[in-house]
Design a protein around this ligand. Sequence first.
Ligand code: GLN
Length: 447
Amino acid sequence: VEHYLQNIKQKAQLNAFLETFDEEAFAQADAVDQKLANGTAGKLAGMVIGIKDVLAYKGHSLQASSQILNGFKSLYTAPAVQRLLEADAIIIGRQNCDEFAMGASNENSSFGNVLNADAEDRVPGGSSGGSAVAVQADLCLASIGSDTGGSVRQPASFCGVVGLKPTYSRISRYGLIAYASSFDQIGFITKSVEDAALLLEVTAGPDGMDSTASQREVPAYSELLQADKKYKIGYIRDCFESEGLDAEVKNAILNVKDMLKEAGHDVEPVEFPYLDYMVPSYYILTTAEASSNLGRFDGVKYGFRSDNATDLTSLYKKTRAEGFGPEVQRRIVLGTFVLSADYYDAYYTKAQKVRRLIKEKTDELLQAYDFLILPTAPTTAFKLGENTANPLAMYLADIFTVQASLAGVPAISIPVGRDTNGMSIGLQLMTRSFEEPQLLAFSNYIM
Ligand code: GLN
């Protein structure tokens, strides 16, 4: 704990942590010491973990890096965090992220940008940018974050660490601030696949407070990390032909593909005809869900309330105008538009149908192949400010991560190389729902 707290202080310019929980972390460490001495320590004994500012931890500030939640403190602890504590992990602090997890570069936080520790003039990715940099820069051993359309995988790719998004519903979402509920999934950023397996094993499983959390039994993922068979792997050809894919990223991923083939795995190109529809359907559906989910932040129930209100309507308007940042406001407006009576069928209903097609095609491919491999992101970490003027360009950068989110299947990003600027390149693997054991085992094998 001392080691990490010192690193967090020394590398404060990275802006990865919003606050640290020094006293509690030391107390937790002392308790773990005692348990280790008497042989009762849990599976995560002594693992020092940071939590993204979207997960409830009783008595601590929870803001989704937004000013609209200024002053709000969690009334309870999210089961995902509670289970970490029960397994004797140590929670060291709260991590910076894009406001309400909306973003891909951590440039939408009301607490300022997070810097990539490999090159401080570059973004860490997002929305879990603080969580990824924290692991990259050795500010904690692992981070727990959320992935709605790539927010764990893409920053992991940009920071050279592992990012796991489990199957939708594998972990209870109770106590996770909602962005787009039919996509939101808790995930982990770690240095190794083994750590991701351990964290999943401890946090997954049914929960009385989230009826959508899967009832399926939770395998002992960390004991199933041996990939001892030859797999069938599809690489989505359309992804590799897509305009905007950086040549160095492309070559690095194709190299891994060739290595897997040489190692005796059955690797084939597959067609996925819906690439152009992925980002539009993702942004129509997630903004629609967000506009509804964020309706609760009205200045009455949580956190910040505008001082300039004169009546109830102006209280709502002024609180929301002052409390939400520009990207969140943009998405609320977009989402409200696509749900409005005149446009509902043209946008929302259509996007739901497209999502169904994407899910069916993805599931069909995953019946024929154990894994689909593709880049995690079309580029490596870009320069701060490079994409901020053009929200559409920023959205398009999510092209490879939103497929698993639209389909609800598990996916992981693992580091497989660096470009000539020294920035990390991530390989993404997807597999069938609830087949995390083979996803983790195979990723472990590749790393
Ligand atoms: N970049 C995507 C978005 O802005 C993904 C964010 C996320 O997964 N929370 O919606």
